[in-house]
Design a protein around this ligand. Sequence first.
Ligand code: PLZ
Length: 451
Amino acid sequence: MVSTVPGAGELQPPDSLPQQRRLVTEIPGPRSRMLGARRSATVARAIPATIPAFIDRAGGGVVVDVDGNSLIDMGSGIAVTNVGNASPAVVAAVTEQVGRFTHTAFGVAPYEGYVAVCEALAAITPGNHEKRSLLLNSGAEAVENAVKIARVHTGRPAVVVVEHAFHGRTNLAMAMTAKATPYKRGFGPFAPEIYRVPTSYPFRDGLSGSAAAARATALIDSLVGAELTAAIVIEPIQGEGGFIVPAPGFLAGLADYAAQHGIVFIADEIQTGFARTGDWFAIEHESVTPDLVITAKGIAGGLPLSAVTGRAEIVDSVPPGGLGGTYSGNPLACAAALAVIEQIEKEDLRQRAIELGGIMSERLHALAGQFSEIGEVRGRGAMMAIELSHEGAPDAAFTSRVAAQCHARGVLVLTAGTDGNVLRFLPPLVMPDHLLQEAMDVLGESLAAAR
Ligand code: PLZ
């Protein structure tokens, strides 16, 4: 049996991890293959598996597997470890908290950390209005709670979402998610009163933001009725759907329509939040102030935490006892979140996201000149992607081959897109330049090898 848990005496700050790509075995190596066999014998096959290597430690811009291979991390655990994996500040905060108490249930016996996270969220989310927050465990759970709040506040049933949306895997969040396979097929019946309208996808629709917004709101009028609509829920840059950056003005158009009709405008910032795009939240780029902001992922550096933050009069329309959960706002996760927020400020990681984005944008555009398969380079800050096609049609098979080539060469990349033809890049914001440059070199080699 492979032991991957070091004794306490062996713990080293992840800063000491050499920031290098280094392959000492093929991937997966022998220890990962043994763990893979144990996994197959016991773990549900429905759980996704991007790479076959099992991780032993991670930090800065690398993940190191149980065979000693050091891979460049271009995924950040799906936009979670923005401040770096096992960031020393997060480790210290969680270690301090875990020795004091691990759980009381905030709804039973409250503690300061929860309140401090809500104060921080009020300070960093868009808008100077009076705000309230509640903390939950997962992104999907926060999405569900935002919808509950919007329905109570408006007394209306309908929830409007867009094409290519991803909002989670629980029943309501799944209904709000667009892609059938693998997220929805066979899992119905789905929660009712979810309506899907077209998004703004400039690469595919060529529409201006205002034209795309007019198309969407006309459909809300004709298919749903504004007076029956509780909420419009949208990712400011669509994540799993393919890093789709809407045309400027689209989000503002939807937000204006929502404001006119008393609809709660909800930004799902789960993948885009916490400095990922160069601002605290991606919607700031469009100067739109959502009524509610949903956060998760990057909020707590890998500890499970999510939140709904928004206008006090909307959130507080739900009476006491209406929202909650046993583990929601767990004290360890709160300690981590406070450390994350402080680190983003202290290390100016918003600026760092812009720098990393600059490097990726330059390198990806150069690759687009070499590889006709790259139809578009898009994204913002340290959230960049390429969409791959063959003769104008999405090429998922090529995309998977490129990802597999990257993995074999020691660069962990993620795919995305309703059509599976997007490669996305989400480096930890603490990744050194040289690793990002090397990851881009490897991407070039992988594109050539996958042809
Ligand atoms: N909203 C915008 O990106 C999670 C999902 C991966 P949970 N995205 C990664 C997978 O295979 O399930 C996500 C998101 C946006 C909601 C969610 C859901 O967040 O924490 O996974 O529930």
